[in-house]
Design a binder for this molecule. Structure first.
Ligand code: MG
Length: 374
C-alpha cells in the first residue's frame, strides 16, 4: 500500500521584514520585504515550509497570492496526501491563473514534508546534487552610492567577489560614475554585472549599453520591458557583452519564445517566476538545449525561499554564473530562520538535512507577522 501523509492544516503567514537600507531598481524602490510564509501541518507531525515573495511591479501582489493559497488552494490541499506533490501542484495550476509565487510556496512546503519523511534533501528529491555550494552575487542598489561602497568593502572582506549593480533607476551618467568607481577601487578583482530591471527605453538602449561595455561586465540583465523580445534580440546581437533575460522569461513557454528569437544569452531562473523548482528545471532544460546559460535569481525573500532556490541551483550542472541569495544575510535586519542561512566566504552552501534543511524560528515569525490566514 502506498504511503499517505495527510495534510491536516494550512497556515498562511503574511510578514513584513524590515531591511537595512532602501534598494532602488529600474522598476521601483524596496524598503522592506513583504512576503508570505506558508506552513503545512500533517497528521504525521511533520511540518513543511514554503514562501511566496511577490513584487507587484515584477511578478504579482501579496493580496492575489494570499488569496490563491488561502481561498483557492486550501480546500484542495488540506486533506490531500503530501506525497502526491505533482498531482497537488498540477491541480493548483488549474485552480488559479497566474500567481506562480503561490505555487512555488506550495511546492516548497510539500517537498519539505516529503524530504523530511524520507530523510532526503529537496535537491536529492528533484534529481540529486551536482554541487554543494554556489558563488554569491550581491546587488548594489542603494541610491546613496557612498553607503553602497561601504557595503561592497564589507562584503569584499567577507569573501564576496560578484557584484550586480542595479542600473537605470537614475540617469545614465550616475550608472557610468558608479561602474567607473567600482573598477577604479577594485580593478578586475570583482566580477561585475548590471541589471536594468527594464529601466531603459528601447530607442536608447543599444547606444547606452555600448557605453558601458568598456567596464568588462559579465552580463547585462534585462535592459528593456519584458515584452520587448525583439529589442532584446537586437541588443543581444549588437553587443559583445552577454545579455540576460529576467523579466522576459518566467516559464518554459517564455523560454521557448526567447530561444526562437535568440533574445538572450542567459536566463535568470527564479522559482517565483516559474512556479517552483520543477518548473524552473523545465526552463533550464530549454536553455541548455539552446546553448543558453542559466543563473540562480531570486525575488525579495527570506531564508525560506532562499533555501528552495539553493536546492534548485544544487542540481543544475549547467548553472555557471552563481546565485543572488543574499537578502537573508545582508539585506534584512533579521531573518526568520532559527539558524542563519548558510553563506560563508562568498558562497551559498546548500542547506544539509532532510527537506529544505532549515527551520523557521516561530518567535521571529510571530514578531514580523502582520496577518495570519488560517
Ligand atoms: Mg533581475
Amino acid at each position: 500500500m502506498a504511503d499517505v501523509i495527510l495534510i491536516s492544516d494550512m497556515r498562511v503567514h503574511i510578514v513584513d521584514l524590515p531591511t537595512r537600507a532602501v534598494h532602488s531598481h529600474g522598476s521601483g524602490d524596496v524598503s522592506s520585504i513583504h512576503s508570505i510564509v506558508l506552513e503545512l501541518v500533517t497528521d504525521s507531525g511533520i511540518t513543511g515550509w514554503g514562501e511566496a515573495s511577490p513584487w507587484p511591479v515584477f511578478t504579482g501582489t501579496i493580496e492575489a497570492n494570499a488569496a490563491a493559497l488561502h481561498t483557492y488552494y486550501r480546500p484542495h490541499v488540506v486533506g490531500a496526501n503530501a506525497l502526491e506533490t505533482n498531482k497537488i501542484i498540477a491541480h493548483a495550476e488549474q485552480l488559479v491563473v497566474g500567481c506562480p509565487e503561490a505555487r512555488a510556496a506550495l511546492e516548497s512546503a510539500l517537498l519539505d514534508i516529503v524530504g523530511k519523511s524520507k530523510d532526503m534533501s529537496v535537491s536529492e528529491l528533484v534529481g540529486g546534487r551536482h554541487r554543494h555550494s554556489i558563488p554569491l552575487s550581491f546587488s548594489v542598489a542603494n541610491p546613496n552610492f557612498d553607503e553602497d561602497l561601504q557595503s561592497v568593502d564589507e562584503l569584499y572582506e567577507d569573501g564576496v567577489r560578484i557584484f550586480k549593480l542595479k542600473t537605470g533607476f537614475a540617469d545614465h551618467t550616475f550608472d557610468l560614475m558608479r561602474l567607473e568607481a567600482l573598477r577604479k577601487r577594485y580593478g578586475t578583482e570583482l566580477d561585475l554585472r548590471v541589471d536594468y530591471n527594464t529601466g531603459m527605453q528601447p530607442f536608447e538602449a543599444i547606444r547606452r549599453l555600448r557605453d558601458i561595455e568598456r567596464f568588462d561586465l559579465t552580463f547585462i540583465e534585462q535592459p528593456v520591458a519584458r515584452q520587448e523580445l525583439s529589442t532584446m534580440a537586437a541588443i543581444a546581437s549588437a553587443l559583445d557583452t552577454p545579455l540576460m533575460a529576467d523579466e522576459s522569461v518566467f516559464n518554459a513557454r517564455d523560454a521557448m519564445a526567447a530561444v526562437t528569437l535568440r533574445a538572450a544569452d542567459i536566463f535568470s531562473l527564479k522559482i517565483m517566476k516559474s512556479g517552483g523548482i520543477r518548473a524552473a528545471l523545465d526552463v533550464a532544460a530549454i536553455a541548455n538545449a539552446a546553448g543558453i546559460a542559466v543563473y540562480g535569481g531570486c525575488m525579495f525573500e527570506s531564508g525560506v525561499a532562499h533555501a528552495a532556490g539553493a536546492h534548485l541551483c544544487a542540481v543544475l550542472p549547467e548553472l555557471s554564473l552563481g546565485c543572488e541569495f543574499y537578502m537573508a544575510n545582508y539585506y534584512l535586519r533579521e531573518d526568520i530562520l532559527a539558524e542563519p542561512f548558510p553563506v560563508h566566504k562568498g558562497f551559498v552552501h546548500v542547506p544539509d538535512g532532510p527537506g529544505l534543511g532549515i527551520s523557521v524560528d516561530e518567535d521571529k515569525l510571530a514578531r514580523y507577522r502582520v496577518e495570519l490566514l488560517q
